[in-house]
Design a protein around this ligand. Structure first.
Ligand code: ADP
Ligand code: MG
Length: 385
């Protein structure tokens, strides 16, 4: 990644007022729980999206992305549900959502450059939104980076950008992770009330690493699978007479399953309820330093996502099995599924072997080479320069 400030000068002919950045994320555990009012446990990645930005006095957003390889102009007055199309929606949508929230925001010149793999389930979309949102906050004096409450408000604007302008019906985990995570900690996110807690996550001190595998597989969610899962959860909650599946305690699961109308709803509900319980167990295990238990929970989470929620795919299953076969305490798909990335909890001295095993398993099947890299829990969105 070259300096986004220099690219900005080349594209717009002037220095940016500053550079802001926001991280991608991996979710340690708690998948497909956010839109069920449940618990998730993401960390911020060291990989970040940078946005070199200047404020404008008019209502024009001019935005360049190194990854998209183009510069686009968007009039803020034209931004709204479904408009603009394409990648600029993620940035323009944030300015639109901030205005809708009563913030005085004008146009900007923006240059985006990212080290977060795009479309790999590591949340490049929220990194883009939150980098632009952080810049807008500082450039227009909104104070939305000041504390966790202000950051949560900015996260909500970024969620609206993604849901309403970009039209991607995701939950709120990604934006909360990008804005609220802390170095060396995982973020326990309660999606029922937005409450957060920071859980120590320093694997190096315990002689372990978290290995991410970007499978480079992408069986797009565009065929409506994500929406289908959300609707199934809503229907299950409606049949059970609760607002969300969060309201089903693990102890009442069997009784709830018996009341549901179809096997599909039973499978989806079993995943959500057991997955939320696994997040609580993982937090307790991390606090106890019991990484073997964390690994066991990763395995159970993956099996549940594969068999009950049916959002895994061959590439994710192979990456998980290969890592476990090479000494990982546990591994699981992370993110929405149908491709994207997996994570593995690996003793330091087995990390290279695990990466080699994953690559070999893909090569043996004739699949494109996956990217394996260790990650640590990094800092949230901030001004860099
Ligand atoms: P993920 O968030 O897991 O990477 P998404 O499908 O949610 O995958 O978001 C990817 C989309 O976000 C891209 O298709 C593009 O529209 C937009 N995007 C993310 N990062 C960039 C970037 N650096 N430049 C341009 N667009 C980006
Ligand atoms: Mg995304």
């Amino acid at each position: 990644m070259t300096s986004p400030a220099r690219t900005h000068r080349d594209v717009f002919g002037a220095d940016p007022a500053g550079v802001w950045s926001a991280p991608g994320r991996v979710n340690l555990i708690g998948e497909h729980t956010d839109y069920n009012g449940g618990l998730a446990l993401p960390i911020a990645l060291p990989q970040r999206t940078a946005a070199a930005c200047s404020a404008r006095g008019d209502d024009l957003l001019r935005i360049h992305s190194v990854q998209a390889g183009e510069t686009v102009e968007v009039a803020l007055g034209d931004v709204g549900p479904g408009s603009p199309h394409g990648w600029t929606a993620y940035a323009a949508g944030v300015l639109w959502a901030l205005r809708a929230d009563g913030c005085e925001v004008r146009g900007m010149d923006v240059t985006v450059d990212s080290a977060v793999p795009v479309g790999a389930g590591l949340s490049s979309s929220a990194a883009l939104e939150c980098a632009v949102g952080a810049a807008a906050s500082d450039l227009f004096g909104l104070g939305l980076l000041a504390d966790d409450a202000a950051r949560a408000r900015l996260a909500r604007a970024c969620v609206r950008a993604e849901n309403e302008v970009a039209g991607a019906a995701t939950g709120g985990m990604d934006q909360s992770a990008a804005l609220l995570c802390r170095t060396g900690s995982a973020l326990l996110l309660d999606c029922r009330d937005g409450a957060t807690e920071h859980v120590p996550f320093d694997l190096a001190a315990a002689g372990h690493v978290l290995l991410v595998t970007d499978t480079r597989a992408s069986h797009a969610l565009n065929d409506g699978q994500y929406e289908k899962r959300r609707r199934a959860c809503e229907q299950a909650a409606a049949e059970l007479g609760v607002a969300t599946l969060r309201e089903v305690p693990p102890g009442a699961l069997d009784e709830a399953l018996a009341r549901l109308s179809t096997d599909e709803l039973r499978q989806r509900t079993r995943h959500v309820v057991t997955e939320i319980a696994r997040v609580e167990a993982a937090v307790a295990a991390l606090r106890d330093g019991d990484l073997a238990e964390v690994g066991r929970l990763f395995r159970a989470s993956h099996a549940s996502l594969r068999d009950d929620y049916e959002v895994s795919c061959a590439e994710l299953d192979v990456a998980v099995e290969a890592a476990e076969g090479a000494g990982a305490l546990g591994a699981r798909m992370t993110g929405g599924g149908f491709g994207g990335s997996s994570i593995a909890l690996v003793p330091e001295d087995a990390a290279d072997d695990a990466a080699v095993a994953v690559r070999a398993a893909f090569a043996a099947r004739g699949w494109a080479e996956p990217q394996c890299f260790p990650v640590t829990a990094g800092p949230p969105a901030a001004r860099d320069i």
